[in-house]
Design a protein around this ligand. Structure first.
Ligand code: WTA
Length: 645
């Protein structure tokens, strides 16, 4: 009997793909049993100045904790993403740009990209940026963002890209944490027709943090922005007369490539550090395998370069593989909800990679906006960022893909550099809602709360028992936090923070975060960050934030707020608090719901019982569990009574 929930690999895919089922099995075994030989061979996909002889040098254990890959290899990331394609592909389009305004688009060939990157690199050098310096990039989705990242990589500078939706405070925090003396921004960005005041946000950030010497400003909307003498430099002027030739700095494989801040379950966002050799290898390898990518195919990953997905698959993985990569400045529903599919037709997109939250929002508007397009160029559809519910998966498959395209659901994290669990189009039968199976070299384990290893079909916490080349190497400036966050919960294993089920066929089904991280529209947010922002407000005494299921966003943000004595609760105050969080962190952190909480459920030692708060937010009032250990159990009755108020 055929399983209606199994979508087998087609003969055509098995035929054309880089990896069929037998090759996948062989690669998994080789990566496990003879890792040095396997990865040394695979690493030949990169151009090395000095090929590595030390391949895998790893221990997850406290006493000899280290993660190093290809350690004695020397290479340059920008050379691998740009220069090495020039002999054969100088005139191939490297970047297609589609503006927020449908009338605006453009493209850069590899030869043009090379020239632009060299110029930017020379401008940065002239401004004093050197190897190892941190450069903060705060740009919209325009080719200059990729150019800036590659220019840093070319000269060995370490970039820290900050998403254009983050507030001045968030920018300031990130600049301070990594001690960045240089910022690259634009006059403004555009989003759904609205102007985003990027330069003004940087100005506001720099009032709060010292140490930035130079701000380089790219002209995008040509808005008239105030310039601060001695600090601000217009890129359009600086690049005049600069050479369009710039040598690539030879970098050790373990030299830092970038820092990207991401939310954790406690404290401030942490600077995830990725290095040159292992990261580039992993994003290139996975981009080829999971999308079955061939050079020159038009590849569209809708993520912003401010997130890891944009780093790995808009820029580095795609360009390392000689892609034509599409950068989209806009949003799926502007000017209207046909936009994604219009862009697919306009640029003949072959591979389309987006987030479930976008699909759920579009699905709500029915099939017509999709059917108004041809989508004939598409051959593969991908998703990333959060669990995809089977309904959205089927809609993606049936309506967008007309039943003819594989859906590649990729599970990974900022920390993992690139995809770790994903089907391969020529090797893996698909099940709607499952990211399916681990890629070669990825050793998964499910454990229970005590760390006991679960075999066979089971549900538990998802751990990874061995390293893969794309793994993050440290938290910038806090190596102890790196170890403590990921390797101390279950000693000897990397703990992902995700819950997961494995079915009888060995397929993995991610169930979501099991820690205090929430995933809002595919964006990670720490509950602690939102709480810290709330308590900064004058009227707030205390706040506790949890996630709750949300039809479109996956998870929404639910905040319990205790007001200072004497402050009267009212709806305008809720609006003010939402606005306050938007200002402190950015719009993505804005609570969907605020409930006044005269008291919060705490243990006698003062720890907030989030489990109970989550249940109340989910309106799952029948299973609040044992409340007898609370210092004041009546607090819970009050919260339940006033739920949603
Ligand atoms: C979640 C984004 C289910 C997961 C690349 C993970 C997913 C967190 C999937 C990392 C997926 C990402 N299915 N859940 N395909 N992809 N997640 O760091 O909870 O922004 O831990 O990286 O997103 O989010 P991050």
């Amino acid at each position: 009997m055929t399983d209606p929930d199994l979508y087998p690999v087609s003969a055509a895919w098995a035929e054309r793909a880089h990896m069929d089922a037998a090759a996948y099995d062989a690669a998994r075994i080789a990566a496990r049993d003879t890792p040095d030989a396997f990865w040394a061979e695979q690493a030949k996909r990169l151009d090395w100045i000095t090929a590595p002889t030390i391949i895998k040098d790893v221990s997850f254990h406290k006493d000899d904790f280290r993660i190093r890959w290809f350690a004695d290899g020397v290479l340059n990331v920008c050379f691998n993403c740009v220069d090495r394609h020039l002999p054969e592909r100088a005139d191939q389009t490297a970047i297609v740009w589609e503006g927020d305004d449908p009338a605006q688009s453009g493209q850069l060939t590899y030869a043009e990209l090379h020239r632009e990157v060299c110029r930017m690199a020379n401008v940065l050098k002239a401004l004093g940026v050197g190897k190892g310096d941190r450069v903060t990039i705060y740009l919209p989705m325009i080719p200059a963002a990729a150019v800036a990242m590659l220019a840093c990589a070319r000269i060995g500078a370490v970039h820290s890209v900050v998403f254009g939706g983050f507030s001045p405070d968030s920018i300031a925090g990130r600049i301070e944490d990594c001690g960045s003396r240089f910022v690259i921004t634009a006059d403004e960005g555009l989003r759904a027709g609205k102007r985003i005041p990027l330069k003004a946000n940087v100005d506001a950030a720099l009032e709060k943090v010292a140490g930035v010497e130079t701000v380089l400003i790219i002209s995008h909307t040509h808005a008239d922005v105030p310039m601060i003498a001695g600090r601000d430099v217009r890129y359009g002027e600086a690049k005049h007369g600069v050479s369009d030739d710039c040598p690539c700095e030879p970098m050790g494989a373990e030299d830092p490539l970038f820092i990207l801040y991401t939310s954790g379950s406690t404290g401030k966002p942490k600077g995830v550090l990725h290095t040159t050799g292992g990261y580039l290898f992993w994003v290139s390898y996975t981009h080829e395998l999971v999308f079955d990518y061939r050079p020159g195919e038009v590849f569209w990953c809708t993520a912003d370069v401010g997130w890891v997905t944009g780093h790995s698959y808009v820029v580095y993985g795609a360009l390392a593989n000689a892609a034509t990569t599409l950068m989209f400045e806009g949003v799926p529903n502007y000017p209207d909800n046909r936009r994604f599919w219009q862009v697919v037709d306009k640029h003949k997109v072959e591979i389309f990679y987006t987030a479930p939250t976008a699909l759920r929002a579009l699905m709500r508007d029915g099939d017509e906006p999709v059917k108004a397009s041809s989508r004939a160029s598409l051959r593969l559809l991908g998703t990333v960022g959060e669990p995809i519910n089977p309904e959205a998966w089927r809609w993606y498959h049936e309506v967008v893909g007309e039943g003819r395209l594989p859906i590649i659901d990729t599970w990974w994290q900022t920390e993992t550099g690139g995809a770790l669990i994903a089907p391969l189009p020529g090797a893996t039968d698909l099940k709607p809602g499952s990211a399916t199976k681990p890629l070669p070299g990825v050793e998964l384990e499910l454990v229970d709360a005590e760390g006991g290893v679960l075999d066979g079909a089971a549900s538990g916490n998802l751990c990874i028992t061995d390293s893969w080349p794309g793994q993050m190497r440290t938290v910038w400036g806090d190596h102890q936090r790196f170890f403590d966050t990921y390797f101390s919960t279950y000693p000897g294993k990397y703990f992902t923070g995700d819950g997961c089920r494995r079915d009888k066929d060995g397929y993995y089904w991610i169930t979501g975060r099991v820690d205090d991280v929430i995933n809002v529209s595919g964006h990670r947010m720490g509950t602690a960050e939102v709480e810290s922002a709330l308590v900064l407000h004058d009227v707030v005494a205390e706040a506790a934030v949890v996630g709750f299921p949300h039809d479109i966003k996956g998870q929404g943000i639910y905040a319990y707020v205790t007001l200072n004595a004497g402050v009267e609760p009212h709806d305008d105050l809720k609006a003010a608090l939402v606005a306050h969080v938007r200002k402190e962190i950015g719009p993505i952190a804005a609570p969907d719901s605020i409930q006044w909480a005269p008291g919060l459920p705490k243990t006698r030692s003062g720890k907030i019982m989030r489990r109970i708060l989550r249940k109340i937010a989910e309106n799952d009032l029948g299973s609040l569990g044992d409340t007898s250990t609370l210092a004041d159990p009546s607090v819970v009755d009050d919260l339940v009574r006033n739920r949603g108020s």
